[in-house]
Design a protein around this ligand. Structure first.
Ligand code: ZN
Length: 458
């Protein structure tokens, strides 16, 4: 068996690993490199293998850093099928279409600028047509834990990774032993999705390491912060902005807001979900209740439920979105992007940031250099479209919402899988080092930190 690491090696994006076994060439994920310009440019590099030679892609979940290079694989000749769970197929379609739309917009902007310099700008990596061709190759698997015959004696099984709706850890049973790829593993006690599964025994384990060096804070503190933000802002007629990622985090926020509303702890207000992508992903969530955990299924079995209760409004069109700030105040506005780098949240910041009675509640990680991070770090003003806007609104950050496993969960997983060969992927340098030391000290196992482009023979 040969394994080649083609992404998410010594970094957290671009997940892609090639397994060559029993005459098959199987790609685990084909994700986008994200981050600064240099990282994004890596998406233009040719694949370190011939896409025509790949038999299958097994897709762990629908985040862009796991599925975002699939259209490029097709452009370059991939003829096989893409296997994933049914929710992953539906959500990946939305995520890839959104990515193509953004790339086309950016390419248009670059083309206009280049034209003025008498140059030709780079085209988008892919467009909507490429996404549609990619989506045609998706073959949803029957369900978690069911064997899928890949031919040549290789069986695949998708296990619930508990990270986002439809997410999977992928097991390959081969003549060379069991290979297990964790995909992204979820946190315990996340709303809606189940906890990560107990892994099967694995001879070879590729495990994500995003939070391999730390333990998460408790959810109780986070919910307390959540409640205090609402009670400090809404009764004083301020707007509370919640910048949120469209997939999973938005649905979790709606879930918590619904619980507050149901227990009559939510002051009178309207809740606007002001993101077309988040509205679409929420509709996919609503179609797959059988994938929820027990509590989620119970909460969603009724009407009202977290996606349909009195204060909640979905604002699809730009006109409806603009109306939000013209209408009454004292509302909750959930919009993207999660780090305030773009999307409709920018308009809401421009309208609300300078109001001392407004508030911003961050429910996700804020990367260095983003507007979101600058606000969290206490900037006096924020630049929006060339205008400096004063930051007078109150700011809250919650750290407990996380859809990633932390160190104790990852260590448990490795302990349960009992691998002979352990590879760490999907982590930043310092985290990988710290995590590999913990694994050695606590499990007496040696972990290999995968390098980009490296091939190992087992
Ligand atoms: Zn993910």
């Amino acid at each position: 068996m040969k394994i080649t690491f083609c992404g998410a090696a010594e970094t957290v994006t671009g997940s892609c690993h090639l397994i060559e076994v029993d005459g098959l060439r199987i790609l685990l994920d084909c994700g986008f490199f994200q981050g600064g310009r240099e990282r994004r440019d890596m998406n233009r590099d040719p694949f370190p293998f011939d896409p025509k030679s790949i038999d299958y892609v097994l897709l762990s979940h629908a985040h862009l850093d796991h599925c975002g290079r699939l259209p490029l694989l097709l452009q370059q000749g991939f003829k096989g099928r893409i296997l994933c769970t049914a929710p992953t197929a539906d959500i990946a379609k939305l995520i890839l279409a959104d990515s193509a739309g953004l790339q086309m917009k950016e390419a248009e902007y670059r083309a206009r600028k280049a034209k003025r310099r008498g140059e030709i700008a780079e085209p988008p990596l892919y467009d909507i047509d490429d996404v549609m061709c990619t989506v045609d190759r998706f073959r949803p698997i029957p369900g978690y834990d069911e064997p899928v015959d890949l031919g040549s004696g290789v069986m695949a099984r998708f296990h619930d990774a508990g990270h986002i709706l439809g997410s999977a850890a992928i097991e390959l049973q081969t003549s060379n032993g069991n290979v297990l790829f964790s995909g992204d593993l979820g946190n315990r006690h996340q709303p809606i999705v189940k906890d990560p599964c107990v892994p099967p025994k694995a001879d070879v384990l590729l495990i994500e390491s995003t939070y391999g060096d730390r333990a998460h804070k408790s959810m109780e503190d986070t919910l307390e912060e959540f409640r205090s933000a609402i009670h400090a802002v809404i009764p004083n007629n301020g707007n509370l902005l919640i910048p949120s990622f469209a997939l999973e985090r938005t649905q979790e926020v709606l879930y918590e807001l619904f619980k507050l509303w149901k227990s009559k702890e939510l002051p009178r207000c309207r809740i606007f979900l002001d993101s077309p992508l988040a509205i679409s992903t929420t509709k996919v969530f609503a179609r797959y209740r059988e994938y929820y955990d027990k509590e989620g299924q119970a909460v969603f079995s009724g009407d009202p439920n977290p996606f349909k209760f009195t204060p909640l409004r979905f604002t699809q069109t730009t006109e409806e979105s603009k109306e939000i700030n013209r209408a009454s105040r004292g509302n909750i506005i959930i919009a993207g992007s999660g780090m305030c780098t773009g999307g409709r949240m920018i308009h809401h910041l421009r309208h609300n940031l300078w109001h001392a009675d407004s508030g911003i509640l961050f429910v996700g990680y804020q990367a260095v250099g983003t507007r979101g991070r600058n606000i969290v770090d206490g900037a006096d003003t924020i630049n929006i479209w060339g205008e400096e806007i004063a930051v007078r609104a109150k700011v809250w950050t919650t750290n407990g919402f996380s859809s990633h496993a932390d160190q104790p969960i990852l260590l448990d997983w490795i302990r349960q899988a009992r691998p002979e060969h352990l590879f760490l992927v999907h982590g930043e340098d310092d985290t990988l080092d710290a995590f590999s030391h913990h694994i050695r000290d606590q499990l007496s196992l040696s972990a290999h930190i995968a390098k980009l482009g490296e091939t190992v023979n087992l």
